[in-house]
Design a protein around this ligand. Sequence first.
Ligand SMILES: Cc1cc2nc3c(=O)[nH]c(=O)nc-3n(C[C@H](O)[C@H](O)[C@H](O)COP(=O)(O)OP(=O)(O)OC[C@H]3O[C@@H](n4cnc5c(N)ncnc54)[C@H](O)[C@@H]3O)c2cc1C
Length: 1001
Amino acid sequence: MNNSELNSRVIARGKEFFSTISGEKPSLFNKGAWMGKVMDWSMKNETFKIQMFRFVDVFPSLTNGRLLTDHIREYFGEEKDMPPVLSTGAKVAGMLGSFGGAVLNKVLTTNIQEMARQFIVGENTKEAIKNMERLRKDGFAFVVDVLGEATLSEAEADLYMNTYLELLDSLKMEQGDWKPLGQGGSSNLDWGHAPKVNVAVKPTALFCLANPQDFEGSVVAILDRVRLITEKVIDLNGFLCIDMESYRHKDIILEVYRRLKLEFPNYPHLGIVLQAYLTDTDQDLADLLDWAKQKKVQISIRLVKGAYWDYETVKAKQNDWKIPVWTIKAESDAAYERQARMILENSAICHFAAASHNIRTISAVMEIAHELNVPDERYEFQVLYGMAEPVRKGILKVAGRIRLYCPYGNMVPGMGYLVRRLLENTANESFLRQSFAEDAQIEKLLENPVLTVERERAARSKKPEEKGPGGLKPFNNEAMVDFTRADHRAEFPKQIAEVRKQLGRTYPLFIGGKELKTSDTIPSVNPANPSEVVGIICQAGTKEVGDAIAAAKAAFPAWRDTSPADRAQYLLKAAAAARKRIFELSAWQVLEIGKQWDQAYGDVTEAIDFLEYYAREMIKMGQPRRIGNAPGELNHYLYDPKGVAAVIAPWNFPFAIGLGMASAALVAGNCVVFKPSGLTSVIGWHMVEIFREAGLPAGVFNYTPGRGSVMGDFLVDSPDVSLIAFTGSMEIGLRIIERAAKVYPGQANVKKIVCEMGGKNAIIIDDDSDLDEAVPHVLYSAFGFQGQKCSACSRVIVLDAVYDRFVDRLVAMAQATKVGPSEDPANYMGAVADDKAMKTIVEYANIGKKEGQLLYESKVPAGGGYFVPMTIIGNIKPEHRIAQEEIFGPVLAIMRAKDFDQAIEWANSTKFALTGGVFSRSPEHLQQARREFRVGNLYLNRNNTGALVGRQPFGGSRMSGVGTKAGGPDYLLHFMDPRVITENTMRRGFAPVEEDDDWVS
Ligand SMILES: Cc1cc2nc3c(=O)[nH]c(=O)nc-3n(C[C@H](O)[C@H](O)[C@H](O)COP(=O)(O)OP(=O)(O)OC[C@H]3O[C@@H](n4cnc5c(N)ncnc54)[C@H](O)[C@@H]3O)c2cc1C
């Protein structure tokens, strides 16, 4: 059959389908009921929709009348455009005072619960089975799914798995009483071929740390639990389908499925979901079919379009990854039909579950199956429980084989599921919305998606290319590492092995464009294994530092007079040099300072960002600006560099911060004497390499690692140094500021200090916060890179109402993590910087144990590495030392606050003001935090580390810093002196006219 013939048949079938259900509406769109009214209003008013769906999301956390009333007022109080169902309620609430509030609470509670019940087949196993039996009586088979909160610990994963095991026990007992559906014949199977019990599992709920960075560990851990469920399923001759979740886990899930299948090669009823909206799926499907043929196993595929479209597009955009989904809706529809055909062509080895509510899609599957003579037992249809009732009835009538996807469980996870369904049904692109809420023309709904794609692609106008400063591409953050890509995963072990071959080299100084070896050397070691020497570092004494300052001073006039645009070009070349070596530079960080793969890569991307960003900023600032437009006068505002800059870098972001400070100084026209940390001097040397590759003139950048005690003061005190950029501890920062205030004979400039110091950063956990989000973000903020970031979370202030639950889940998640060398991606935490850091951290942990209650202390690997335990201490009060002093390591203090006001007061109660975070779903509390939580970088509802150049310029105030913002639009100003040049252009009463003169009009 040719394409157009097939398409005509699909359309004819679709029309027939529509005619059999004409006049019927899914209950979701029934405007007679509360839910239908809310849906209707949501489709007409985007602001209301967002408020409503967000309210539904927070609703299960509103566990008392006050919380509920407050949130209703906060979410809907300002809403002018309220649907009558709610505004009447709100009015009643207003008129009747607290009694009215209670009435409204009741109305909303009842209706939202009702709405959830629409999609959820029961709140517990008993209720779910009863309702599914009812569905069977009406001719509908089921696939049952257990709703769960995000799994954050081994205990939660076990709970999820055990719920399945118990569910299967109950279903085993019950299924004997069920009459097979359809013409079951004597087989006791539905429709004569399908198991009556069919379950679906969410694989990431079976392992809390599922993460593509640790691909193998994730596959094995998920498999360990899914295997037990599978054995039970096989025991009752049921069907098991592995659901597909976000793209991040797709390859892990496919691998779990392949391995599971090989463990039970002869059992046919094991299926997996593929998502047609992913651009990978054509290939994944072809690979899976080939694999099944090669292994001679029967597989089953449920094809869906995909439930996380918004999430995938937003995440990809945020990280500058290729968008993994099709972006035109009809592309997903067309992909679905293409892939359905591929599966049906292989029906001999692949059973097909066509899951869609779209009548065009369903009709296409029916017609393709018909064309290919696929036997009935090789395919079936599936829809979600609670959606598209007319469609499911229609399929039952025509195909006879329809299965409803039935989630069950309690309200908290149920709300997440409900919100996804509400979004799906109210999306502009939704087939159901267009068919049943908007009565779109049937012809349009049934159009061949291939034609729709052609039309929409043609209509999409190409965005004109944007230009940034100097005609460059506008600044864009370097893409994050993408561990969903096998090549990115493979690069780390490969590059670490390559780097290992180069360990132990001696690194010279670099002064005036020349390498210089000294006899005084210090080894830089791998903190996870200090006997492994990463490099031998020549040390600069005062003589060498003096030479470096002299070289910088000599190079300064020419560098100052190099145009800002030309100076910017050097930065761009350095960025290109770093980009080429991005995995290798990351691998050095894994070995020299113990960063995890993603953290190491993040450091290099940040360094590249600084180069790219400051280059553009300098091009902008490099143009003298005319100010004041009086005719006959020209005032130009411009910037001059300061001279020689001493850049003193820390070890915790050894490439990014060092390069950030140095590149800002350089592009502004200063010459740099760079002192890396003694712990990361090999990484410091990489800056020499990339600046050399960029062709920076001799003397402009000088590299002088050395002992602070020997040459630190000499560098700071030098009368030839005009600017000091420092990042490190408060003690040293304040010392530098004090010393730099003294003016020495011959000193040309008052020294300018750019200084980033410590933090004692707090995250507040509000009583309505989403703990599924808050717990992993806090764990990451506190223990990522062993808590050795100035931005790291070191205090969590939890509201009393959720304290116990938060702490239980946090500790349980911490227990699931492992501490060990960072080169193994299975380890969540690695070694700390050195033995000194190790000692200080352990001392603070001991102080904390006395001040509060030890909640968790992890094991650490034996051997000589600088490992300290992940430590969580509860019941800490603001006056305790571990609530006030910076520890710079993995010790987390937890504080119990009576209310949000107290939480904010405590959060502000230290001498630092660097980062802070709040997890809350109360609009008023988020507003209050914006006003009153005074830190340099405040993060709402996310982790509080990982600031991005240009997006979250970084730096704090009070004892955290002098108010500079690295990676922000003001940063370069600190490296320059502004000048103004005024020219009187009037001569003999004649003034040339400038375009922007302010003439008499
Ligand atoms: C039985 C069953 C099981 C399911 N299991 C899973 C699962 O394991 N994993 C999962 O992710 N989903 C699953 N789903 C949910 C499913 O993904 C959605 O219900 C489905 O995408 C809706 O598609 P439709 O054909 O019914 O509706 P339609 O309205 O035709 O399609 C809507 C879909 O189109 C896609 N889309 C929307 N906008 C665009 C755009 N601009 N560009 C490209 N594509 C777009 C999205 O996938 C959206 O969901 C399941 C659904 C069913 C019925």
